[in-house]
Design a protein. Structure first.
Length: 465
């Protein structure tokens, strides 16, 4: 879609309301929107806005021109180590931002890494993401990229994303994932074994990095900081910074660069040491060279633009509405994820998640052949019941009537009578999203509402009385 005022292009994700509560649990949809409204980073796709009509919910997304990394790998079969390193470093940067905000993605794969016209990698598809620092238990993700602890239904943490980074690097250099069995049962066994064969065309340092990441025990896997310090990253990437350059970081003050190892910068702020990713230094700091000449200023981010404030909205908005993060104003990034199982979101040009192109990409459609795998993979612990529907009237009270036709032409304007209330059965409270009780709200019909809004507002149902 295109903004007619500035001709800027956007991608549009469409979700049919008939899928919500039945196929897509409310908790998943709300969580996906909530998470993205807090994420603003160059390596993450932005959710620009969202709105609705009677039958659909629309998510307006940042348009990413060059498609997905999956498309690139399919065209080129495999990438050179120089190409792979640039993509890998940017993916690590975006993922590190998520982990710093206590968010685990749980579905990192080439289909969910988009490439902009400036060759910037952007992470999308946060449908399986989960906030919080505690370990998770939901069985989810794409089979090719699942970690051993996920396969064995064990509690997992951000280390599942680190495992996915190792699979990603392997696939970029080989053109296929490392664990490919004849059937899911064999693939489960291969993943759990941890055995891996790396091609002779791969450099020794890349091979060492892949093996260190794809460790069976999560605690033995390196952190993202350690990955970006690795010998392979040092060999195949160049730094834009130099030692002893001066920096000024908002909220911290003046400092200087002590050393640079790979893509990790060690800084000193008035005697206090700090370690930052190079991309974050360029994003947050003003930088001067040895001669005190200005070298770099951080770019202005769209996050500083005015955003919708529920406290100043015209309508009644309560704590539930704010906590769910559903509003009618500016929002931030959501992916073009195909909706799971039977329903699929409409794919958009330049922003497409090709989950159906990879075998085993939809977890609930897979069989579970071994005893150690979950017998009934579940996306969520609970799924809400469908909302109570308001009976629709056959005729609108605001259509022209014989009386209104007779009074036309008189000096006294005709005022329609208030519509009679229709008895509605009390809505059933829905318990989803922690201790929040979701309760449908009956929205009264008014002349203004009829002219400007659909008869029923789906998201507005979650405003409490």
């Amino acid at each position: 879609m295109q903004n007619t005022t500035n001709s800027k292009l956007y991608a549009l994700k469409i979700i049919r309301k008939s899928l919500v509560s039945n196929i897509i649990p409310l908790k998943v949809l709300f969580r996906e929107i909530m998470i993205h409204k807090t994420l603003i980073h160059p390596n993450i796709v932005r959710l620009v806005d969202h709105f609705e009509d009677i039958t659909k919910i629309y998510l307006v997304l940042e348009f990413v021109e060059k498609g997905s990394l999956f498309d690139l790998i399919r065209r080129k079969i495999k990438l050179s180590e120089n190409e792979a390193c640039e993509i890998f470093v940017q993916t690590c940067t975006g993922l590190n931002y998520l982990h710093q905000n206590d968010i685990v993605h749980r579905d990192i794969k080439p289909e969910n890494l988009l490439i902009s016209k400036t060759d910037t990698i952007k992470i999308c598809d946060f449908g399986w993401s989960a906030p919080g620092s505690e370990k998770k238990v939901t069985f989810c993700g794409t089979l090719d990229y699942m970690s051993p602890e996920m396969i064995n239904s064990e509690p997992h943490s951000t280390k599942v994303d680190v495992w996915a980074l190792g699979i990603l690097l392997y696939e970029m250099l080989h053109g296929c994932p490392p664990y490919s069995g004849k059937n899911p049962k064999e693939q489960y066994r291969l993943i759990a074994s941890g055995n891996i064969t790396i091609g002779s065309h791969v450099s020794k340092t890349a091979s060492q990095l892949i093996k260190s990441i794809l460790h069976i025990r999560p605690n033995d896997r390196p952190s993202i900081i350690e990955i970006l310090r690795s010998q392979w990253v040092q060999e195949y990437s160049e730094s834009q910074l130099q030692r002893n350059w001066k920096v000024n970081k908002i909220g911290t003050g003046d400092g200087f660069i002590v050393s640079i190892v790979g893509k990790i910068v060690n800084l000193n702020f008035k005697g206090k040491a700090e370690c930052m990713l190079e991309a974050e230094v360029l994003r947050k700091c003003v930088i001067y060279d040895d001669s005190n000449r200005l070298v770099h200023t951080p770019p202005e981010e769209e996050s500083r633009a005015p955003r919708f404030d529920p406290n100043n909205s015209m309508g009644p908005v309560n704590s539930l509405y704010k906590k769910l993060g559903i509003d009618s104003g500016r929002a931030t990034p959501i992916s073009g994820r195909n909706t799971p199982v039977n329903g699929r979101a409409t794919p958009t040009r330049g922003h497409t998640s090709r989950s159906s192109s990879r075998r085993g990409s939809i977890v609930e459609s897979m069989s579970t052949p071994t005893a150690r795998t979950p017998t009934t993979p579940k996306r969520l612990e609970t799924s809400p019941k469908p909302l109570a529907k308001t009976p629709s009237s056959k005729s609108s009270p605001f259509l022209p009537t014989e009386e209104s036709k007779r009074v036309q032409g008189r000096s006294t304007p005709f005022t329609p009578q208030e519509p009679k209330s229709v008895p509605v059965p009390p809505p059933k409270p829905l318990s989803d999203y922690g201790n929040i009780s979701l309760q449908a709200e009956i929205i009264p019909a008014t002349i203004g509402a009829i002219r400007t809004k659909p008869k029923s507002s789906f998201l507005a149902r979650f405003k409490a009385n």
